[in-house]
Structures are given as C-alpha cells and as structure tokens.
Design a protein around this ligand. Structure first.
Ligand code: NAG
Ligand code: NAG
Ligand code: NAG
Ligand code: NAG
Ligand code: NAG
Length: 472
C-alpha cells in the first residue's frame, strides 16, 4: 500500500462508517432515494428480546446526506393506531420496504411472519395513515406453493409500474425452488393483481442447495431484474422470471478481519458471514450500494441483535455482481493515503463502471467529453495540499483533458495522452502541492471534501478508462 509520507502518521484517519449506527439494533435495511435524498426503512432489534433480538422494537426510518452517513433517525411517531402494542410484545414488527408514487409514500410492513400491511403518507417520514384497515396481503397458505407472507420489497420499473415481492418457505418444507411471489401493484399502490410465483433455477442459500430463505428484494439495472435474498441473488430478463441463480456477493477474502463472524470452519454457505444478510440494493448518483445486516459488531451476537453495514456494488459487464468489500471504511469518505480505486466514486456523470484495469478488475470506463466523477475524500487524510496521480488507459489517438477540483475549486488540468491500447495503463501527475485554499473550506458532516475529476476534449470519442487515483 502506497501511503503518503506524513511526518506524523496518525491512526487510520478515515472514520469508520460501518456498522452505520452501531449499538442501536438497526436491522433489515431497505434504502431508497426519494426526491434525491437517502431514506432507510429498518427494523429495530432489542437486546432484551433474548433468543431473537429481531422484530420487537418500533420500525425506524433514517436519512443521510451521503450513503455512508451520518444516518439520522427521523422516525415518525405517527404509526396507525391499529398496530397493536400487543404485536410488539409478540415480536411482530418484521421487515419493511417503502415506495414513492405520484408524490405519495407507501410503507409496506410485515406484521409478524405471515402478513403484510401498508401505510400511506405525504412525506417519506409520515405521519402515516392506514388506508385499508386490514392486511394488504395475507393467507399465504392458500397459494400454490404455499408461502409465508412477509418481507416485502417494492420495485419501481422503468415504465413506472410497481411490483411487490414477498415470501418464505416453511423452514422444514423447502421445495427445490423458492417460495417467493411478486404482484403488480395497481396505481393506487394499495391493491394488486394476483401474486405470481417466482421460479428460481438452481437456488442456493444459507441453508444449502435447493433452499432460498425469506428477505426477498427486487432491483433492476439496465434490462436485467435481480432477485436477491441476503447475499444470494438470481437474475431474469422479465420481472416474473424465470430467475437463474447467479451467486453470493459476499466472499470471506473481501471481508475485513473485524467483520468476520462465527465459525470460520463451517461449511461454506452455513458460515455466519453469509447468514441473515437481509439487504437492499440502491442506486444513488450513478453508484450502486448494498445495505445489509451484520453480526460482527453485535452487542449480543447470539441474541440476534444486528447492525447494518454498507458496501459498493460493482456489476461485471455480463450483469453478474462482483463480491463486495465489507470494511470499516464502508462507503464513507475515502482515505487519501491509499490508492483509490476509480470505481469507488460517490457520483458519476457521463461515464460508468466497466471491467478492466490493473488492480480491482473495475475501472471508470467510457470516459468522454463532459464526463465527471467525484469522490468524498476524508479531509484529514489529505493533509495540507492535494496533488493527484491518475492511472488510466487511452486506446484512442486523441489526448483528452482531466481537471481536478477540490470542494468545487478547479486546481489543475492534465492531459490523458494515448497509451497505445485500452489495456495499457499509464500514470500521469495532475498538478502538485495545490489546494491549501480549497482545503480551508470546512469539511462536510461526514468529515469529507468533494474531490472531482472532470473530462474534456476529443469530441464525442471515449478517451480514457480511469483505473486508480493516487494522492501524492
Ligand atoms: C423535493 O426536494 C426539494 C428540494 O429539497 C423540495 O423543495 C421539494 O419540496 C421536495 N419535494 C417533495 C415532493 O418532497
Ligand atoms: C428513533 O426515533 C424514535 C421516534 O422518535 C424513538 O422512539 C427511538 O428511540 C429513536 N431511536 C434511536 C436509535 O435514536
Ligand atoms: C384472508 O382470508 C380470510 C378468510 O377467507 C378473508 O376474510 C381475508 O379477507 C383474507 N385476507 C387477505 C388480505 O387476503
Ligand atoms: C464449526 O464447524 C465445523 C464444520 O461444520 C464443526 O465440525 C465444528 O463443530 C464447528 N465448531 C463450533 C464451535 O461450532
Ligand atoms: C505520481 O506520478 C509521478 C510521475 O508519474 C511519479 O514520479 C510519482 O512517484 C507518483 N506519485 C505517487 C504517489 O504515485
């Protein structure tokens, strides 16, 4: 690791952002971007719940200015009165998800493990009304195959239609498939077409081959639909499938030591790092994020008291998802003392993550005139000045320009000259010892400054794949 030659090397400067809000029991994180702002709809584990911390506390809503946080509790107290106190006592506030449609917000909640209700509001944080006075979905045993109606996930498709996914097989009664269903929601968002079973070929989960789980989530990227359950996922070209199992996005190699948990010698998919990763995927400013349950820092690990962690998600060119890094730094401010993989951006315009490069397997590709990519960089890790080295490939014949800006102030411009081929990488120094003035600006709530690289030149032709940023 190439670290900056600081005179006094402080302890690792970039603040840990994982777990996101430890010691609170923030769990089952469903994150959405509503009107440009990040919101999380979570359950709330209780230590005093004993054998299962799950599902005894109120549901909580959180918001954050940046994906890594800081996350603030903005829960509304205005839950509909029919959510009985007695349900809380019997562990009944299970996982939830939310959706926006025509300026109204809909919060789908599991009431225990076998039914789903819906609340409605004019704002993402409520106050909430109960428009039905009854469950939205129930009676899963009458479906074929039968399912437990819980763990809603709502997908908004590109054409504006919404689908709610839910379900879980009975533990002992797993068919060689999953017991997930999806139903198209009507325009009112509180009624639906008959639920359709989602077939998942080759399904695998924490319980082994042929077994999915609960916690289904649907997301869509490009033309591909992703059905996930924890770290496991399948893809399909149609929302109702059939889905094909693709893999698990957590690999022990990419889980930082402090986030390893459980019996390390257990059989691969029964290992605790794969267990109960109730999660959601969300796109924010062109980057994809994975928010997931985590047991590694639990105050009561054997009691089901969970935390939430976040990770960047990178899709391979064939649509499959590369294993994610579970680290303390998470998706928060990047540490300028280590080389920064270009694809770990917090904002991108006119370019996208593609496979390639010399390090992580991903680059910011298709970089052309007008593209820009930006990072939240830990203010303290930058020291008193900024000089940036860019490692890139340019397989074309035209040199484009990259301009470095810190906190909105342009500091230096450098040429990204042809390197001979799209897989030949070169490093260019972009400015030197600049930026004291820009760095005098106070850091944001997350302790970071915005470091942006914008690109110009070469008409419309792509002129760079950006691999690594190294702060010199
Ligand atoms: C969306 O956000 C903008 C800017 O923060 C705000 O002015 C507007 O009222 C919001 N709209 C809704 C529907 O919440
Ligand atoms: C979140 O907010 C709710 C409602 O105000 C409150 O009851 C709860 O204690 C808060 N939880 C945390 C962890 O701040
Ligand atoms: C569940 O079944 C009962 C009995 O048939 C019925 O009264 C109720 O409306 C059903 N609920 C839902 C949400 O389908
Ligand atoms: C860990 O897993 C291995 C393999 O399944 C098993 O033999 C062993 O008993 C487990 N150890 C503990 C402490 O659970
Ligand atoms: C930055 O690039 C220059 C010129 O290519 C090189 O001499 C220098 O060692 C690089 N610094 C770092 C930190 O990579």
């Amino acid at each position: 690791m190439a670290h900056r030659g600081l005179v006094v090397l402080a302890p690792l400067l970039a603040a840990a952002t994982n777990p996101l809000v430890p010691h609170t029991g923030m769990a089952d994180p469903h994150v959405h971007v509503f009107n440009g702002t990040l919101y999380m709809y979570s359950t709330h584990d209780l230590i005093e719940q004993g054998a299962s911390g799950c599902c005894g506390g109120d549901w909580w809503i959180w918001t954050a200015p940046y994906p890594g946080g800081p996350w603030t509790n903005v829960s509304s107290q205005g839950l509909p009165a029919w959510t009985p106190e007695s349900l809380k006592e019997t562990n009944s506030l299970w996982a939830t998800d939310a959706a926006e449609h025509k300026g109204r917000y809909y919060w789908y909640v599991s009431i225990g493990g076998k039914q789903i209700a819906v609340f409605e509001a004019d704002a993402p944080t409520g106050p909430w009304r109960d428009p039905l006075g009854d469950f939205l979905l129930a009676n899963g045993s009458s479906l074929s195959p039968p399912t437990n109606i819980r763990d809603p996930g709502v997908l908004r498709d590109d054409d504006g239609r919404h689908y709610i996914v839910f379900g879980a097989c009975d533990g002992a009664n797993q068919p060689d498939d999953a017991c997930y269903y999806a139903a198209e929601l009507h325009d009112d968002m509180i009624s639906y077409e008959p639920p359709r079973h989602l077939s998942v070929k080759g399904v695998l989960g924490h319980f082994g081959y042929g077994k999915a789980d609960d916690k289904p989530f649907l997301h869509k990227r490009g033309d591909l639909y992703y059905l996930s359950w924890g770290c496991f996922y399948a893809t399909a070209s149609e929302v109702f499938g059939p889905y094909q199992y693709k893999g698990c996005i957590i690999e022990a190699d990419l889980v930082e030591e402090a986030f390893m948990v459980g019996n390390q010698t257990a059989e691969r998919f029964s290992h605790h790092i794969y267990y109960d990763r109730h999660s959601s995927f969300v796109e924010h400013l062109g980057q994809w994020y994975f928010y997931s349950n985590d047991y590694s820092h639990s105050d009561a690990p054997t009691g089901g008291f969970r935390d939430t962690v976040a990770a960047f998600v990178h899709y391979r060119d064939d649509g499959t998802i590369a294993p994610v890094e579970i680290t303390a730094a998470g998706v928060g401010p990047r540490d300028a003392r280590a080389p920064l993989p270009a694809e770990q951006y917090h904002r991108v315009d006119g370019a996208r993550t593609t496979q390639g490069g010399s390090t992580t397997g991903f680059v910011v590709g298709d970089v052309a005139d007008g593209a820009a990519v930006a990072y939240r960089v830990d203010r303290a890790s930058l020291g008193g000045s900024v000089a940036l080295n860019l490692t890139f490939a340019n397989g074309g014949e035209c040199a484009g320009a990259a301009t470095l800006a810190v906190a909105g102030t342009p500091l230096a411009t450098c040429a990204l000259a042809p390197t001979g081929a799209w897989d030949m990488y070169a490093t260019v120094a972009c400015g030197a010892a600049l930026g004291a003035a820009a760095l005098a600006a106070p850091a944001s709530a997350d302790g970071a400054v915005d470091v942006a690289v914008s690109f110009a030149g070469c008409g419309g032709a792509a002129f760079a794949k950006l691999d690594t940023l190294t702060f010199a």
